[in-house]
Design a protein around this ligand. Structure first.
Ligand code: NAD
Length: 280
């Protein structure tokens, strides 16, 4: 039976540390503040907002909410972001994305001040990740994968890592973060030949394909740690990932459950970024 890499215990440990850090900041007269910019009332945004609000409260991060009407113009949205950039009491900005059509997601992300980029959406943050420095903010989900692996002491230095997915939000940044930890990283995608064989070479397999049940018994071997980033809803309303858990779990050494794995950690990463920004 594989060890379950559960996110909740990691999130709890990080939350306790962040609470101490935010208390220390408050003692110096600085309250870390996250501004959340939401457009309209989409259920996915509201769900993430609820989770983020709860985590912020636990971590001692104050929240400012900017709720703009569905149909807000690009100009008004950019003005709202500019106001938050200029506000000295705001340390981090979270945009609920993807932005609804026809808003220009890339242009709005580019407008966020890199110093307040709590969700790692700016090119400056991405450049820092590629440079291997700790100056920028990684996208929260990508960073959550690394935090989870480190918490459970999964060896990364010198490990062979395979990441399935090359998106800007997860696949690419998590690959760079693994490289920073001295793993030897391969990035697999839809054009990769013989994906099962490549995956079996990995010591650490990160699956972020957004493809329900993509990874099964044929992709894994004993001794591996598997991080499943995918989230999908089954017809009965339950959640599952990109990995066929029932097939893979009996074979590998360690695996994240879905739900209860990486997803439980993203809001803790968000708070970590706000506190880091406030400390600067
Ligand atoms: P995306 O669609 O932008 O990227 C998916 C990547 O996977 C692409 O680069 C594609 O080349 C690759 N891919 C797709 N199918 C493949 C296949 N059959 N074989 C090999 N490669 C394949 O998705 P994303 O935004 O990176 O998200 C990935 C998954 O993570 C989604 O299921 C999403 O819901 C989930 N997600 C989870 C969290 C979390 O907190 N756990 C946060 C964000 C996204």
């Amino acid at each position: 039976m594989a060890e379950l890499l559960k996110g909740a215990s990691v999130a709890k440990a990080i939350t306790e540390r962040l609470r101490e850090e935010s208390d220390a900041l408050k003692a110096r007269g600085v309250t870390p503040v996250l501004a959340m910019v939401r457009i309209g009332e989409r259920e996915a945004d509201l769900a993430y907002e609820r989770a983020a609000l709860k985590r912020c409260e636990q971590c001692g991060v104050a929240v400012r909410r900017a709720v703009l009407p569905a149909g807000v113009s690009q100009e008004n949205l950019l003005r709202a972001v500019a106001d938050l950039n200029a506000d000295p009491y705001v340390h981090g900005i979270l945009l609920f994305r993807p932005l609804p059509e026809p808003l220009d997601d890339a242009a709005v992300c580019a407008a966020v001040s890199p110093e307040k980029d709590a969700d790692g959406v700016t090119n400056a943050s991405m450049a820092a990740i590629y440079a291997g420095t700790r100056d920028g903010f990684a996208p929260c989900t990508a960073e959550a994968c690394i935090a989870l692996l480190k918490h459970y002491s999964v060896p990364l230095d010198g490990a062979r890592a395979v990441v399935i997915g090359r998106s800007f939000v997860i696949g690419k940044p998590v690959s760079m973060l693994l490289l920073r930890e001295n793993a030897t990283v391969s990035i697999a995608h839809t054009h990769t030949r013989d994906l099962p064989a490549l995956c079996r070479e990995a010591d650490v397999l990160v699956v972020a394909a957004g493809c329900k049940g993509l990874v099964g018994a044929e992709h894994v071997r004993p001794g591996q740690a598997v991080v499943d980033v995918g989230i999908h809803t089954n017809p009965d309303g339950s959640l599952c990932g990109d990995v066929r858990f029932d097939e893979v779990e009996p074979i590998v050494k360690a695996i994240t459950p879905v739900p209860g794995g990486v997803g439980s950690l993203t809001t803790a990463m968000l708070c970590q970024h706000v506190i880091k920004a406030a400390s600067r």
